[in-house]
Design a protein around this ligand. Sequence first.
Ligand SMILES: [Zn+2]
Length: 373
Amino acid sequence: MSLLDHFGQPAIRQQMDVLLEGNRLPHAMLFYGEPGSGMLPGALSLVNDILCTQPVKGKACRNCPACNRASKHIHPDLHFLLPLAGAKSLSSAFYGPWREAIAENPWMNVFQWTRYGDMEGKQVDIHKADIQQVTGDLSLEAFEGGNKVIIIWMAQFLAREGNRLLKLIEEPPDRTYFILISNQRERILPTIRSRCMQIYFPPMEVKEITTLLTEVYEVSTEDAEVIARQSFQDMGRALTLAKNTLMDFKDEMASWFRAIISRKGQDMATWADQMGRQDKEEQKQFALYATSFVRNIVWDFADTGEPENADGKEMIKYMHTHYAPDVWPLIIMGLQQTHEKVTRNANTKLLWLSLSITVKNQLMAHRLQHINA
Ligand SMILES: [Zn+2]
């Protein structure tokens, strides 16, 4: 199964089909919705239909050279505007890492994109120079004489610069399509929003996430079901869990569990203090990492292979043999709740401290008594 045919939002795909078949596809669309709901995969799927030179009922034939190029995102009439660091950076100079990123995880968030683009920790925006470059490109004839498409990914980063696109979006050049993508629609200028057909992407159904994991990413059905349930209906998180391509937090993880197991309040407070100082996105990534780590304890790392480092492996073994297995789902639940609360809470230090104390109590209640080691 290809993501081009099935990106986990069948109702939206159907809506696209109706528009394409009736030759009523608008020239400006805004895909908005929840993170990990498939707005970019949806846009890339539609791009193929738009660029195909031999469409069948408006839909991509998947056979012509244009389809071939579009499916690899190397079609010369497919443009992207991306959030980047540095006012003079041009999206076209980042197409290499961008293609790599969308091949690996088209559900990625901006934070993950900055890692692909080597812009970690830097302020990103969609810059004036880049917008001027792209609008210039769009005014030229299409390279292949057909349609042109521009995807503006995370369009909220246009901010006020979005005004530069107003006229183009209102009266697009011949055979030019704009697809704006955003998980923060309210931050896009109302004048731009109102000129687009807006399509809402709801959180993905758990069963769709399971299907994508098994059919596209070759995860076993058993693993896929567990991951899908832990994904908060966010396919990006599901994929991160499945691929284990999380940021490396093994030191933070080890010191957290050490503080908890030692039951020293001061150590837990110090740890929570440090975690609470991190960037919020990083704190959320830690919660995901810890979830994946605890999952390895549940499965006795049989399904995911050996943990990559000896320290982690030892700790997983220790946890696995010293505590009753019913404790791990409780801890995973606590981590998931903390993950959600990080965004909304001003003082995340207290959040981490409270989770640490809860986990300490849960572990004490589930300690296996017969262990001598
Ligand atoms: Zn085609």
